[in-house]
Design a protein around this ligand. Structure first.
Ligand code: DOR
Ligand code: ZN
Length: 345
């Protein structure tokens, strides 16, 4: 196969940041995707509908002229211990907020204001369940006694399983799943539960972080896992199960914040997102499954129309740049200075 044409995809999990950083990264996403679910972990976090509306306006204003009206940001709220049910209702009624993100406090970048005890959120979750507003979950426990590679599995056992029992009609997206345990959980759950899978977790296992030295640009959260888990993710992504769909978790940090004694978690993949997924699907011999994963199942889960336009990828080698401009700093993309075999036309 030398070329594939698919319905224009959406990114169901994206970090765009704000200000000049937003202006630097947004075109990468908007040239490929029609829509994206925008993560709310700004400083300060997007905790109200008014903040989400203001952030949405900043994103639209940051779109380059050529991409105006070609890209729609789908906003989210950042769940806290104190999110009032009335705020959930406002969010739903706004028509622009499509989910509420649960960050366990301390689990990842800008999660300090996140949830310290899920029981504090029961009233908000009940309102979400009633008003059909999905919960988007960073599924890792923060208990320092739990091994970093087990945080996802323990989260399933301690938090997610009880949550699905307590709120059986709450729609849940288990974000950026990284383990076969998470794949099994989602597969066995009701159709109210879905998951996003990143390109980097499909392409890499944890060896990448320690390839003849410590490689900060392969550090993200949840951290890359062993090969058996990568295989389980590939199988899920290519299985035609509509519970699994594309979410890049593209998470830009300046080079100085990554190459640091305490480097930030996050891998920037927006520069080549669909090409990276095509690479993973081709390796699995399942390019024919890419379109539904990238362009259908997410829209269906979010109860939004599928896109009408198309994109074409050619089997063509191109060199990933060494860096991109990032608000006066440098942004190192995944696979910088190496070549990819698929290129969007
Ligand atoms: O690697 C990550 N980066 N994981 C997250 O959960 C957050 C993200 C970020 O915002 O940088
Ligand atoms: Zn994320």
């Amino acid at each position: 196969m030398t070329s594939i044409t698919i319905t224009r995809p959406d990114d169901w999990h994206l970090h765009l940041r704000d200000g000049e950083q937003l202006r630097a990264v947004l075109p990468h996403t908007a040239k490929q995707f029609a829509r994206a679910i925008i993560m709310p972990n700004l400083k300060p976090p997007v905790v109200t509908t008014d903040m989400a509306l203001a952030y949405r306006a900043r994103i639209l204003a940051a779109l380059p002229a050529a991409l105006q009206s070609r890209f729609e940001p789908l906003m989210t709220l950042y769940l806290t211990d104190n999110t009032p049910p009335a705020e959930i209702i406002r969010a739903k009624e706004s028509g622009v907020v499509h989910g509420v993100k649960l960050y366990p406090a301390g689990a990842t970048t800008n999660s300090d204001a996140g949830v310290t005890d899920i029981a504090k959120c029961y009233a908000a979750l009940e309102t979400m369940e009633k008003s059909n507003l999905p919960l988007l979950v960073h599924g890792e426990v923060t208990d320092p006694d739990v091994d970093v590679f087990d945080k996802e599995k323990v989260f399933i056992d301690r938090i997610l399983t009880p949550l699905t029992q307590r709120f059986p009609n709450l729609r849940i997206v288990f974000e950026h799943v990284t383990t076969r345990d998470a794949v099994a959980f989602v597969t066995e759950a009701s159709r109210q539960v879905a998951a996003t899978i990143t390109a980097h977790h499909l392409l890499l296992n944890r060896n990448a972080i320690f390839q003849s030295g410590i490689r900060p640009h392969y550090f993200c959260l949840p951290v890359l896992k062993r090969e058996i888990h990568r295989q389980a993710l590939l199988e899920a992504a290519t299985s035609s199960n509509p519970q699994f769909f594309l979410g890049t978790d593209s998470a830009p940090h300046a080079q100085t914040s990554k190459e640091n004694a305490c480097g930030c978690a996050g891998i920037f993949t927006a520069h080549a997102a669909i090409e990276l997924y095509a690479t993973a699907f081709e390796q699995a011999g399942a390019l024919d499954k890419l379109e539904a994963f990238a362009s259908f199942y997410g829209a269906d889960f979010y109860q939004l129309p599928r896109n009408i336009g198309h994109i074409t990828l050619n089997k063509e080698k191109w060199a990933v740049p060494e860096q991109y401009e990032f608000a006066g700093e440098k942004l190192i993309p995944l696979y910088a200075e190496t070549s990819l075999g698929w290129k969007m036309v």
